[in-house]
Design a protein around this ligand. Sequence first.
Ligand code: ADP
Ligand code: MG
Length: 680
Amino acid sequence: MDVQYIKGVGPKRAAQLKKLNIKTVEDLLYFVPKEYDDRSQFKQIRECVDGEKVSLKVQICGYPVKLAPRKNLSIVKVPARDSSGQALLVWFNQDYVINMLSLGDIVVVNGKINIFRNQIQIMNPVIDKGEREKVGRIIPIYPLKGKLTNNEMIKIMGNAIATYLDSLPEKLPKDIRKELSLLPIREAILNIHFPKNRSYYLEARRRLAFEELLILQLGLLLIKNRTKAMCKGIKFPHVDEVYTFIDNLPFKLTNAQMRAFKEIEEDMEKHEQMNRLIQGDVGSGKTIVAVLAMFKAWKAGYQSVMMAPTEILATQHYESISKFLGNYGIKCKLLVGSLSNKNKEIILEELKEGKVDILVGTHAVIQEDVVFKNLGLAITDEQHRFGVRQRAVLSLKGDNPDTLVMTATPIPRSLALILYGDLDISIIDELPPGRKEIKTYVVNSDMIDRVNDFIRKELAKGRQAYIVAPLIEESDTLDIKSAEEIYDHLKEEVFADFNVGLLHGKMRPSEKEEIMQRFINRQLDILVSTTVIEVGVNVPNANIMVIYNAERFGLAQLHQLRGRVGRGNHQSYCILINESNSKVSRERMRIMQKTTDGFYISEKDLELRGPGDFFGTRQHGLPDLKVANLFTDMNLLKLAQKKAQEILDEDALLLDEKNFLLRQSIIDLFKDRINDFILN
Ligand code: ADP
Ligand code: MG
């Protein structure tokens, strides 16, 4: 039913509500508060802390004092007490309160504490004179915009609940609700808006968050199943030679690499199109797993392509792939923007004729003029640097080729299932043996001279160093050193006898590549940069990573940066310069010192910091969540995922009557992607 018919709404307010995406009564009931003002607990005066907002039950214990220090300003102060102590109620320009209060009255007040010369003051408090609505309970605060006020919203919500709550349908099948002890929907909605107390609120929230996550997960699974059913792919034959190839590698695959390859092999040998993500920490050896898949494709007579985000990375891949596969007579080519037109034409021609077996490159490989003879396998490295669309364009270069995407950003599996909902996931959670642990030190800027001395010693041995700063340019507002400042200082003063380079995000791609190339060629000893070096670069001779203002980076990002060193035979070092004394900062630095396990780090990062931009759900094309939080509700998410799978195992198309409303909700939630659905 249209919201307009709720008491107190009408056409004008309905238009305002529409801006909040509220069109029906059900939308309104599901419009949950963003936070609460808890006025249900009375504090003791003695326990009040400066700046907090509190409800107090006090007795008026003195006569009002009125001051008028300036024109247009009058102040009323009234002494009050409870069993723990005394406070002053203070009002500005609200003289009328004098008439509302008499000596000895017991009142409930709600306001902000200001401690002034050891005197506890409650500023402009709201007084309860029988108005139970305003104080003495938990008040919802709605995420509003525009003209609608919170008080109006509370009234509207109250009316909607009084009239329509009883007809709100229950979407969750009864057995699930029973099993997980979830509140019935009507109780949950009532308590999310007007919680009786905190524990009711938590139960209400749990129920609604579960419902939301279940619907999201069901939707994603249905889309994935539909893709599988619709996209017949190439059925690659089994080839034993891959295993001979593996035996002849200069190293033994880790168990995790082997498991990932087996999963890929199984996918490739199926008639369905493969859509798989390989998630593995920096240095876990993802490239070789991709090489095995390409080898398999080649054996079956198909071409492969691998796309990387930068020219340097593409070149490095090209070199290592050629090294692994060159001996087998597999023809591998590199396609990047800097290639001469003539060379480019030759490659494109050979590609079309099927004379090139493997093409490695940057975005250049998805240009229109790139035509394959028979593309069987499309691989994207560092997928987070590409959009969903670019990945799709790459796939369109073939006739439903199998696809593989690789990422070095480890995130917990349950989260990956949501963020990469349409992909199957392989996890490489093991590093090849014999890697030297990177020694990590946390210091503050008082130690900078010692850090520089240390760098100097390593440079003298022929090593190279990265120095990373959070900002490019000097900032007036933040007291942080920028990459430019550090660069100038080091180049002119500290390391004048060495070659120092600067790399940052405002440079043109060709400039960046050039600087990076000079570092790779050892023409630069020190590379000062912002986080642009984060992605996949391999310079084994560099063994020091210094990060200024480490407290300003997320743990996952620090981990990525640290992964730039420790790639050669030399002992490597990561020095984190931490300028913050906060407890959280110290804890974060301690985690970096203690472990190099990327999955553990990312989980801790989410716990301590919440999701960074990287995990923005919008970027992943997911619908917005109203109640649940993918990061902090991890356990609930796991539960919802388990239940979603069970529901679909039993009723793949949600045709059972008990699942009917779930089905309807999924269609509503994913209305933009309705064509991807098996439900229609
Ligand atoms: P990433 O997962 O970060 O892309 P790479 O694929 O670049 O990692 O591998 C990092 C390095 O480890 C490469 O030099 C690669 O040859 C080497 N490597 C990969 N697998 C193994 C293994 N099982 N044993 C030893 N070295 C390995
Ligand atoms: Mg890699």
